[in-house]
Write a protein that binds this ligand. Structure first.
Ligand SMILES: Cc1ncc(COP(=O)(O)O)c(C=O)c1O
Length: 396
């Protein structure tokens, strides 16, 4: 496809216009029209003949989706399972693992809430897990600081048996050195569960080389599938041991279990091949992230200068190519007590601009995203709205 990134043509494919601005692709993703069209075609096929769809067609589409994901993430198809989202993947892994009561699970102060809640639920239900948190302080000077921090925890807490590690953190957009952390887990005989909700489409994945114990990723965020679509990678050592919600396919192979979890609409899963083709057609990983990281750095400078704030200070190797966070000026009266989620919705309702407020280290931050349909004018509008929201004078 011969299309210029950031062009009008791409904005139209994603239904973007000047009167509504989307600079928060990171939260829920956004599929282009070609993917939505394909999904509608699949829905039509499903509704025309549900019996044939559920008993026959679905199986073929599931395996085509698995093959496409396996190729994209450098994995064998025996190890890949298509799932709804990272939440389902983490639940499936953690609820299937058999560990004795009190087993320690290590997370961080940047871990996503759904993941923390999953471990908490298992802890409260049967005392199976005990949560420990690594506090990753910011600013970060080097990847080595993160490795040293984990090593300190691993060497002084012999009961840690599982580490849930973000590939790219959600509230802070930090790319963690997962390959080195997986090596460290191996050294201390700790299972590595990598939460890669944000990674596919942001960084190159080769799971056969990376070799964690488990990896979950979302595809509806950065590779343009319809919602909800993600994948689970299970290392060969755990083949057959992981369960999604229990269905009639309980005692069959893992692919059978994940391909059918009861009657529901699976059409989003089968948009994977079309979405991955779109991802390739618009330029592939290198071209896309080179465009977005350039636009993102420009936008961060623009906003920080206008708001007199600072971007998160982390090494360039740990910066996401599509998301960045920055500190906020003091919140005005009236919105001071709002949560990050409330501020995000409030901001959209007031200005028709979708950006994202996040929270970690007991404070609020602004997280912006850049995608192939974004261009400089989106961030100029965001800047003007932020100045109004924070009751700041542009000339201050
Ligand atoms: C790091 C991380 N883990 C897990 C999730 C949960 O993803 P989902 O809501 O698609 O299950 C997210 C969502 O943004 C995330 O950023």
């Amino acid at each position: 496809m011969d299309v210029e990134l950031g062009s009008k043509e791409l904005q139209e494919m994603f239904h973007q216009s000047e009167d509504k601005v989307m600079v928060n692709h990171g939260s829920y993703g956004l599929p282009p029209q070609v993917v939505t069209d394909h999904r509608f075609k699949l829905l039509q096929e499903q509704d025309e003949q549900p019996d044939v769809w559920f008993r026959l067609n679905m199986n073929k589409y599931y395996h085509e989706a698995v093959d496409a994901v396996a190729e994209f993430v450098g994995a064998d198809k025996e190890d890949i399972f298509v799932i709804d989202n990272a939440t389902t993947g983490i639940n499936s892994i953690m609820k299937s693992l058999k560990f004795k009561a009190g087993t320690k699970v290590l997370m961080t102060n940047h871990t996503y809430l759904a993941v923390k809640n999953t471990i908490k639920d298992i802890e409260e239900m049967n005392g199976g897990f005990q949560r420990i948190f690594v506090d990753i302080p910011v600013p970060i000077k080097s990847e080595g600081d993160i490795i040293d921090l984990y090593e300190k925890y691993f060497s002084t807490n012999v009961d840690i048996k599982i580490a849930v590690i973000d590939h790219i953190t959600s509230p802070s957009a930090i790319v963690l050195p997962v390959e080195r952390l997986i090596g460290l887990c191996r050294k201390y005989n700790i299972l590595s569960v990598i939460d890669g909700a944000h990674a596919p489409g942001q960084v190159k994945l080769n799971l056969n080389e990376m070799q964690p114990d488990f990896y979950v990723g979302n595809l509806h965020k950065w590779v343009y599938t319809a919602r909800s679509t993600g994948f689970l990678w299970v290392s060969p050592a755990f083949r057959g041991t992981i369960y999604p919600p229990i269905s009639s396919n309980y005692d069959q192979t893992m692919h059978h279990r994940f391909a059918y979890m009861g009657t529901r609409d699976y059409s989003a899963f089968y948009t994977i091949p079309v979405a991955l083709q779109f991802f390739k057609d618009v330029g592939g990983l290198e071209a896309l992230t080179s465009y977005t990281s350039g636009l993102l750095s420009w936008a961060v400078r623009l906003l920080c200068e206008a708001l007199h704030t600072k971007p998160l200070d982390i090494p360039s190797t740990m910066k996401s190519p599509v998301m960045a966070i920055m500190s906020l000026p003091p919140l005005p009266d009236g919105v001071r007590d709002l949560t990050a989620d409330q501020l995000t919705v409030d901001f959209w309702l007031k200005y028709a601009v979708q950006t994202c407020f996040t929270s970690f280290n007991d404070r609020l931050w602004l997280r912006i995203s850049a995608n192939i349909y974004n261009c400089k004018s989106d961030y100029l509008k965001l800047r003007d709205c932020l100045l109004h929201f924070f009751e700041m004078n542009p000339k201050d």
